[in-house]
Ligand binder design. Structure first.
Ligand code: PHB
Length: 403
């Protein structure tokens, strides 16, 4: 296929595979510095915009959207949250991020981040091709990598680039271009998944509620005044169809129930999906003229709300090294990417894994496991160090404090 005839050939400094938040933010940052990109994605814009993803942005990431000129919509339509509630043993415990570490997060769904970035690309005249197929990435170990793809109208295109970025998500094909004997993949599977719903109902709490119970974990999040997002721990092979609304509400209510009489506001379930997750990192994050960013290089369980933030941090570093690599520094500038991105990645891997094991009930767990977990939760909310630890990790690490 590599030698097949193409209909058009175009040259661009950086080709980006994947038009999710990582790929589009990278294109935006490079565009601001005068560097053109072509971004391609097999999904349509509509598919990306309507696939529910997580909803928490670090304050720094929210500020970057505004300060780099993507959009200030996050400030108008997002909601700043200065804390979260941890519920366990039937009791609520609020962690006040502002008071503990002087930070907050923004509830602003990833689908909105995507829409803002896609609109900004349109506004700024950036090239993004949605709904393409048969993507091939060629010659990444040379100084002239190429990307070939077919547009929905059947035309075959070739992009000649100096660098290629694989921002193609957790099922990345770009990461497979690093030869098997040169890459290391580490990770962990979990014996549970999340059952995610969108429900038409008013919010049940002012902030997010992360609930531990002997029946399993639940997370109460929000979307709008009339639509809420909630999750509960389920088996990875659960089928969403097997869950009528009544059973969903009964399960969620049991997991948040407590001596304070807390109840969720119920309403019609608009959408239900079983979300499997894992922890995963591939190194190296750069191979020849190709770099990997976001979920393509690493994924985390959603419990710590780190995934999107981590992807945005990757591309902030990557934009900086790519701009230098396109200048007099040349390809050697790319050597900085992995060391600068990896520290935060492993901090987030640890935190996401920690939050996951802290709050989920392992199938077959013993009474000792459950009591130990309650002891750990008590250490988290009942000691200043515990509260500050969670607050600092959850709100992200200031760039200056790295190292
Ligand atoms: C969400 O609102 O979808 C959400 C929030 C926090 C998480 C995960 C998902 O940790």
């Amino acid at each position: 296929m590599a030698d097949a005839v193409v209909d058009t050939v175009a040259s661009v400094p950086v080709a980006v595979i994947g038009a999710g938040p990582a790929g589009l933010m990278l294109a935006h940052l490079l565009g601001r510095a005068g560097v053109d990109t072509t971004v391609v994605d097999t999904r349509t814009r509509h598919e990306i915009e309507t696939t529910q993803r997580a909803g928490i942005l670090e304050a720094d990431a929210a500020r970057d959207l505004v300060d780099t000129g993507v959009s200030d919509r996050v400030l108008r339509e997002g909601h700043e949250h200065e804390g979260v509630e941890l519920r366990f043993g039937g009791r609520p415990h609020r962690l006040d991020f502002k008071q503990l570490v002087g930070a907050s997060v923004w509830l602003y769904p990833q689908t909105d981040v995507f829409t803002d970035l896609a609109d900004a690309r349109d506004r700024d005249g950036g090239t993004v091709r949605f709904g393409i197929r048969d993507t091939e990435v060629l010659d990444v170990t040379t100084r002239a990598p190429r990307v070939r793809y077919t547009t929905p109208d059947g035309a075959r295109h070739e992009i000649r680039a100096r660098y290629v970025v694989g921002a193609d998500g957790s099922r990345s094909m770009c990461r497979n271009l690093v030869p098997e004997d040169r890459r290391v993949r580490v990770g962990k599977e979990y014996p549970f998944a999340w059952f995610g719903i969108m429900a038409e109902a008013p919010a049940s709490a002012p902030e997010l509620v992360y609930a531990h119970s002997e029946h399993g974990f639940a997370l109460i999040s929000q979307r709008t005044e009339t639509v809420q997002r909630m999750y509960f721990q389920c088996s990875p092979d659960e089928s969403a169809e097997a869950w009528p609304d009544d059973r969903i509400w009964e399960t969620l209510q049991a997991r948040v129930a407590g001596e304070d009489g807390f109840r969720l506001n119920e309403g019609p379930v608009l959408e239900k999906t079983v979300l499997r997750f894992r922890s995963f990192v591939q190194e190296p994050m750069r191979w020849g003229s190709m770099a990997l960013a976001g979920d393509a290089a690493h994924t985390v369980p959603p419990t710590g709300a780190r995934g999107l933030n981590l992807a945005l941090h990757d591309v902030k570093v990557l934009a900086d090294v790519l701009l230098r690599a396109l200048g007099p520094a040349g390809e050697a500038a790319l050597d900085d990417y992995q060391p600068r991105a990896l520290q935060r990645i492993w901090r987030a891997q640890n935190f996401s894994h920690w939050m996951t094991q802290l709050l989920h009930t392992p199938p077959g767990g013993s009474p000792f496991d459950l009591r130990r977990q309650l002891g750990e939760l008590d250490n988290v909310v009942g000691t200043r160090a515990g509260r500050s630890y969670l607050a600092e990790q959850y709100t992200g690490w200031p760039v200056a404090s790295q190292g």
